[in-house]
Design a binder for this molecule. Structure first.
Ligand code: COA
Length: 183
């Protein structure tokens, strides 16, 4: 798997040394909420799911580790999945499990590297993101990358004891290429 280099972060394959920390993030609802429905019970199950993800386009397991380029520290994970049984597009997701890494542009850069990689390596014409309308950083992250809001799914996500509306975002290949011509 290729490594994807940004200014502040690098995306690389997860290694067994990462599993314990990332699995612990998934066990903390305050870190992963409000978005995550992927909750592997055991470390072994998590490991199996990460290792089988390359053969499963619908897998919700992390696809890349996000590393702070300057410290080498693992700060997050990102992933993508075939979001619909019939339609052909990928949804991206992202998590900075280390709260100290948030608010420094790492999230947006990591998602930009991922979207770029997906448009270069996959035959999809649209990449989406499905975001709780109340998740301000996440909405701003994708909007800043040029994703357009395409509508709202009402009461589509249950967490913290109630139903939440989610916003459907998307960006097409021509829109992405117009913003980010290949180097
Ligand atoms: C969502 C998440 C990845 C954002 O990563 P990040 O590195 O903190 O975000 P960035 O620094 O790249 O900033 C992206 C945008 O969010 C804004 N932002 C970041 N933190 C914010 C906060 N606490 N409150 C309001 N806006 C915030 C930034 O200002 C920026 O928007 P702008 O350029 O329009 O000003 C991170 O907050 C996270 O891991 N959250 C928990 C998991 C999650 O919600 N994932 C998304 C699921 S859909």
């Amino acid at each position: 798997m290729s490594e994807l280099e940004g200014q502040g972060v690098r995306l690389r394959a997860l290694t067994p040394a990462d599993y314990r920390m990332v699995h612990a993030w998934y066990g903390d609802p305050d870190l992963v909420a409000p978005f995550d429905r992927y909750s592997p019970d055991s470390l072994e199950e998590f490991q199996r799911s990460v290792e089988s993800a390359p053969g499963d386009p619908a897998s919700l397991a992390p696809r890349f580790a996000v590393v702070d380029r300057h410290t080498g520290e693992l700060v997050g994970v990102v992933g993508y999945y075939l979001a619909h049984p019939v339609l052909e597009y990928l949804d991206v997701w992202y998590l900075l499990g280390n709260p100290a890494a948030r608010g420094r542009g790492f999230g947006r850069e990591a998602v930009a590297l991922l979207v770029d990689h997906l448009f270069r390596t996959q035959s999809v014409e649209r990449i989406g993101a499905t975001v709780d309308v109340e998740n301000v950083p996440s909405n701003r992250l994708v909007e800043g990358l040029g994703f357009r809001s395409e509508g709202t799914l009402r009461s589509a996500l249950f967490h913290h004891g109630r139903w939440h509306d989610v916003r459907v975002y998307g960006i097409t290949r021509p829109e992405w290429m117009a913003r980010r011509p290949p180097a």
